[in-house]
Design a protein around this ligand. Structure first.
Ligand SMILES: Cc1ncc(COP(=O)(O)O)c(C=O)c1O
Length: 419
């Protein structure tokens, strides 16, 4: 182990790309050495959970915001579910509904709502389309979104505006400031006015990691009578979310990032205002008689009386749903507060290092420890950096002059560089 450390302890010039990459790598190596010694506590909250995943040992996957790695337990469940399909005779009527209910229950715990207000979706775009289909427009009103919002939400809102003759107000951030959070949040709040029909916002900006003040924005929405739709894809699971406290009307989350579900799953909270709404498709499963298989052709008109009416057809996806349930179980058992605290312990030394080389990141109030970005000093050449990261098996997104880092409990502690 020591030889690994020494092989990286070469001298490099301050602020050069090579130094950044090696710092990250070095940091991991140091903890590999230390973690065999019981007196070194990596996080007071929980130990690293890498043993629950099948990530290669030498890979430093700092890109959970792209996609979470599969839990070993979820993989096992996925394989078993697939094998169960060999003989459909084993699938009971009860099986069509039981996993759905468990998934709804587990998600509701993460966002503080009743499980009846949760819908199972295939993608965030489906969720946004379902919510917006049921949002009434103010005459000649406006809809608010931020600059650089993820396209699934942006396109849905843009279309809604065109159909409803509302103006799309894209709130930009200052081009002059290096820390965007405070000013950007203030701009969002002041852009919401009596003419605002709807606000669609991610809890945290998916690329820059800027944290938005959902409580303040939710309160402003309520004050002016605007529907508040939140994209929780990059926050729910890793950060505390409370639809009641933040006065959120609808919350849509992809399942394959911070919820540790498989791809092609998403979840949505639909507040009670949507309980009489119309779904975007007509699935037999969303009708009140769906669990009475012998009566299906009585063609029941009534949708489920809750958010179940927005479930995607074939809701009981027999392979993906049990895997998603396992991801949610694990997140609930770790707890978002503990995940956030673990990530904080993990990244603190890296922040100090960034301070020392002039890297810029958001102030505390607008910074989340599971997903953040640095504006790198000009001395760092992006292309060389990308190569260095790749060579050192460090999985990070480099976009423009920003470096997006997203970490989780499978990452091992970052310790200060020793040179
Ligand atoms: C904020 C945000 N919303 C939604 C998505 C993706 O959702 P979907 O694949 O369901 O459209 C992403 C993916 O990066 C994202 O960052």
């Amino acid at each position: 182990m020591y030889s690994l450390y020494h092989s990286y302890s070469m001298q490099v010039s301050v602020g050069s790309p090579i130094q950044l990459a090696l710092t990250l790598k070095l940091a991991y190596r140091l903890v590999y050495i230390h973690s065999t010694q019981p007196h070194i506590i990596i996080s007071p909250i929980m130990d690293c959970q890498k043993h629950l995943f099948s990530l290669p040992n030498d890979l430093h996957y700092l890109n959970c915001a792209k996609k979470s790695p599969l839990l070993k337990s979820a993989e096992e469940i996925g394989v078993k579910s697939l094998q169960r399909d060999r003989n459909p005779d084993d699938i009971s009527t009860e099986d069509f509904f039981s996993v759905q209910q468990e998934v709804r229950g587990l998600f509701s715990q993460l966002v503080n709502c009743n499980s009846s207000q949760v819908a199972l979706l295939p993608a965030t775009s489906y969720g946004f389309a379902s919510v917006l289909k049921n949002v009434n427009a103010k005459k000649d009103g406006n809809a608010v979104i931020v600059k650089g919002a993820f396209p699934s939400g942006y396109f849905a809102l843009e279309k809604w505006c065109k159909r409803n003759n509302n103006t799309l107000n894209v709130v930009t951030h200052s081009e002059e400031l290096v820390r965007l959070g405070k000013d950007w949040n203030a701009r969002i709040v002041s852009s919401i006015n009596n003419m605002t029909s709807v606000v669609l916002l991610s809890g945290i900006h998916w690329m820059s990691g800027v944290l938005f003040d959902l409580k303040e924005i939710g309160e402003k929405c309520q004050e002016v009578g605007a529907i508040f739709i939140v994209d929780g894809t990059q926050s729910v699971g890793a950060l505390t979310m409370d639809v009641k406290a933040f006065k959120i009307d609808a919350l849509i989350c992809a399942g394959y990032k911070w919820l540790f579900g498989p791809y092609s799953t998403a979840l949505g909270y639909f507040g009670e205002t949507f309980n009489e709404g119309e779904p975007i498709e007509e699935s037999w499963m969303n009708r009140t008689n769906s669990n009475r298989f012998s009566e299906l052709t009585d063609y029941e008109d009534e949708y489920h009386s809750d958010a179940g009416r927005y479930n995607v057809g074939q809701t009981s996806n027999f392979i993906l749903m049990p895997m998603l349930r396992e991801g949610l179980r694990q997140i609930n058992s770790w707890g978002p507060e503990n995940i956030q605290a673990y990530c904080k312990g993990l990244t603190q030394p890296l922040l100090s290092y960034m301070d020392s080389i002039g890297g810029i990141y958001e102030a505390d109030a607008y910074f989340a420890h599971h997903l953040f970005s640095f504006r790198l000093p000009e001395t760092i050449d992006q292309e060389v950096l990308k190569q260095e990261l790749q060579d050192n098996k460090i999985g990070i997104s480099v976009r423009g002059e920003s470096l997006r880092i997203s970490v989780h409990v499978f990452n091992i502690g970052l310790t200060l560089i020793q040179r």
